[in-house]
Design a binder for this molecule. Structure first.
Ligand code: HEC
Length: 137
């Protein structure tokens, strides 16, 4: 009897977490859309666009990257990512993070299901801009 309650509670928790992350990711992307409209960024310069997106899309909360002045400690440090990872690895890590779990994590968490699956909320040009920006780091 008790066991059943725990199983039920755990299932509920997993569902709430899943729904919560989905809502948050979508809500955050609407806020980001609005901010990007106000910033009026030049989307034709991929590097500059990527730099803006790295901030507006919340990458800064989880990742440390000197160029962006960010000090997130959830995901791996992205300094030097362009020299240690190829372009396809970087793209896949953004579009479908669970497909490729980073290995150079130091004290950070390199677990699946932490980084949002940005392939669901970013369009192709946005992904490419982030890739161009990160390859140069
Ligand atoms: C909620 C925290 C979180 C957010 C927000 C986040 N990431 Fe991540 N990121 C992680 C974690 C944790 C990992 C390690 C697990 C993995 O590889 O999926 C990771 C891994 C990566 C990697 C692979 C690094 C390597 O060394 O292989 C890249 C590239 C990356 N993130 C880029 C981004 C970009 C770009 C954004 C914003 C669009 C972003 N992340 C937003 C947590 C986050």
């Amino acid at each position: 009897m008790k066991k059943r309650i725990y199983v039920g509670l755990t299932a509920l928790l997993v569902i709430f977490l899943g729904v919560g992350i989905t809502i948050w990711t979508n809500y955050y992307s609407i806020v980001a859309d609005v901010r990007e409209t106000f910033i009026n960024v030049d989307a034709t310069d991929a590097y500059v666009y990527g730099e803006v997106l790295f901030e507006t899309r919340g990458c800064v909360f989880c990742h440390t990257l000197s160029e962006a002045g960010s000090m997130g400690i959830v995901g791996p440090v992205l300094d030097g990512i362009g020299t240690r990872s190829d372009i396809n690895h970087i793209r896949e890590s953004i579009v479908n993070p669970n497909a490729l779990i980073a290995t150079n994590c130091g004290n950070q968490m390199c677990e699946p299901d932490i980084m949002p699956q940005f392939g669901d909320v970013l369009d192709e040009a946005q992904v490419e801009a982030l890739v161009v920006y990160l390859v140069a780091q």
